[in-house]
Design a protein. Sequence first.
Length: 179
Amino acid sequence: MIERALEKFLFASRWLLAPFYVALVFALAGLLFKAMQELFHFVTHVFWASESEVILGVLALVDLTFTGSLIVIVIFSGYENFVSKIDEANHKDWPEWMGKIDFSGLKLKLLSSIVAISAIQVLKAFMNVNNISDRDLIWLVVIHVVFVLSGVVLALTDRISEAGHKGGSKPPKAAQAGH
């Protein structure tokens, strides 16, 4: 009886995560405000801006969009993986990916988004190379490479782990190709 009560209590504790996802919705609204500011600045300066300034403005909007998409992925995937399933029948425009991303997929999507955001930051720095120190540029590239390598290592460990959960009788296709 104590065990069952403890398990119910622990299971109910997952709802403590719900306010975190609500906080992310407010963060998304803040990001939208910054995106509108950036759009306003972009539109009001586009006619007098140089080509590289226009590209930097577009990259800033893409960066904000990727970050917003990342927040949405975290909100929905995290909520569905850790709190409660959302009834998709009530939403006619339910995206196909929602409800299908497990924790492993969520980690990979997060890291992929971070790599994309990092790549945009590096590209923005290269577009503005005359105003960026070599030291800062090197650090941006090093950090980006670390994110990329982290993504590769995470994907490989997930693949190895997945192969182990399937019985491990068949090596991954990459290993089979070498024989």
